[in-house]
Design a protein around this ligand. Structure first.
Ligand code: UTP
Length: 291
């Protein structure tokens, strides 16, 4: 079985749910305390053993490329200032994560279409997809948890969580049977189901491991919900044929494509951040008295 070395981060969506914040700044670049969302995701990929990352971007998303490049002028200015060493290191780190490539999705054709754009990057290897607006904070990186499941069962794997019914209808729903621990086998799934079509409250949230046969399937999958090519519709074919492993992962997921998700991420990550946690705790306690 081939090792999983490559990851795709689709980050070319329009981010309509967080407009106007995402008008000129890609939603994947929205901040969580001191880093843009996509940096958490890139760190997760490399911390999971991924060697090459392809970020799918779009017009107006150039800030993502700049973030992972050297900032020569900034670095030169900070160089030699002893009291700015930590800041300089954190700036330099952004250009040192590993091999990051960029590709433009020329039309916003949906998540399935974004993944299809990565066909020649992926070649004939299994690969990970990390959704560009889903930040997941965990001790053991979630992509690593999914890679372990792929290696154990030799099947594609999807990261899942049980979510309230109104969210299942916005995301997707999976038919699952328990295998062991936090692993389930999934033989069917549906994108944005109507209430009567719900298979379970398990939805795919943010991470999947796929085999390259997904590209042929995507090429033959008609447009689905919202007139877009849906990755779930193609993964459904793999689920029905071979089954996929649904991993109820350990980790907290923040939806950076949604206003409340951005607030949650900043508060919860802030409460664990050594520089601001005490100040934030006192502030929350104080403001809670007025609610
Ligand atoms: P979403 O459906 O959450 O993103 O896709 P969106 O289309 O930006 O959301 P709204 O509905 O307009 O608010 C999940 C991930 O897939 C990427 C997005 O950037 C996001 O990170 N995506 C989505 C693409 O790369 N290309 C697409 O055509 C659609």
């Amino acid at each position: 079985m081939k090792k999983i070395r490559k990851a795709i981060i689709p980050a070319a969506g329009l981010g309509t749910r967080v407009l106007p914040a995402s008008k000129a700044v890609p939603k994947e670049m929205l901040n969580i305390v001191d880093k843009p969302a996509i940096q958490y995701i890139v760190e997760e990929a490399f911390n999971s053993g991924i060697e090459e990352v392809l970020i799918i971007t779009n017009r107006g998303k150039g800030a993502i490329e700049d973030h992972f490049d050297h900032a020569f002028e900034l670095e030169t200015k900070l160089e030699g200032k002893a009291d700015k060493k930590d800041i300089l290191d954190s700036v330099k780190q952004c250009s040192k994560f590993g091999n990051i490539y960029f590709l433009r999705q020329k039309e916003t054709g949906g998540l399935g279409h974004a993944v299809l754009c990565a066909k020649s990057f992926v070649g004939d290897e299994p690969f990970a997809v990390l959704y560009g607006d889903d930040v997941i904070i965990s001790e053991n990186p979630v992509t690593k948890q999914l890679i372990d499941a792929y290696n154990k069962y030799s099947k594609c794997a999807v990261g899942v969580k049980e979510v309230p019914t109104e969210n299942v209808m916005k995301y997707c729903s999976l038919a699952v049977e328990h295998l062991e621990g936090n692993n389930y086998i999934c033989n069917d799934m549906i994108e944005k189901p109507k209430k009567e079509e719900i298979l379970s409250n398990f939805s795919i949230l943010g991470r999947v491991i796929l085999t390259p046969d997904i590209f042929d399937i995507l090429e033959n999958t008609p447009k689905g919900a919202g007139g877009e090519l849906q990755l779930t519709d193609a993964m459904k074919a793999i689920a029905k044929r071979d089954g996929v492993i649904a991993v109820d992962y350990d980790g907290t997921r923040y939806d950076m494509g949604n206003k409340f998700g951005i607030l949650q991420a900043n508060i919860e990550v802030g409460l664990n951040h050594p520089e601001v946690k005490e100040q934030l705790k006192s502030y929350i306690k104080e403001i809670a008295k007025t609610l």
